[in-house]
Design a protein around this ligand. Structure first.
Ligand code: FAD
Length: 108
């Protein structure tokens, strides 16, 4: 089976980076593609217990509206990642720093 930690880091890198560069005003195709990507995760993510936690979390926090714009999407993903961080006893990430971490880099 895959290394759950390596898989997690790689997946979060992909998801946060893709959200950071998501359009401010996505086209209907970009919107439905992102929604499809997010909704596929609980069905396909190759860590069974992670996928099942994610499914429960996404039932409470559906992604359907957040794919309307880049900042809503980035914030939603940050919050979902923080839900995992909290469950694993890892530090909670400041979601106002999402662009700095995944897009712009630190100031100076
Ligand atoms: P990661 O949590 O992988 O984070 C990588 C980097 O992202 C950090 O160094 C930090 O710079 C940044 N970061 C941290 N938090 C945030 C945030 N909230 N928003 C933006 N950036 C942030 N592991 C399990 O053991 N059990 C699970 O149930 C589980 N569920 C998962 C569900 C999903 C959908 C994913 C993608 C991963 C899951 N994982 C799970 C893996 C887990 O989240 C970590 O990826 C793994 O433990 C490695 O942790 P890490 O400390 O190296 O950093």
């Amino acid at each position: 089976p895959p290394d759950v930690e390596d898989l997690g880091r790689a997946t979060w890198t992909f998801l946060h980076t893709t959200a950071a560069y998501y359009p401010e005003k996505p086209t209907p195709t970009q919107r439905s593609s992102m929604l499809g990507l997010l909704k596929a995760l609980p069905n396909l993510y190759p860590c069974g217990w992670c996928a099942s936690h994610l499914k429960e979390n996404m039932a409470i926090h559906p992604p359907d509206k957040v794919v309307d714009d880049r900042l809503s999407l980035s914030k939603w993903l940050c919050e979902r990642h923080n839900d995992v961080n909290e469950r694993l006893g890892k530090p909670i990430f400041d979601c106002s720093k999402t662009d700095e971490r995944w897009k712009d880099g630190p100031k100076d």
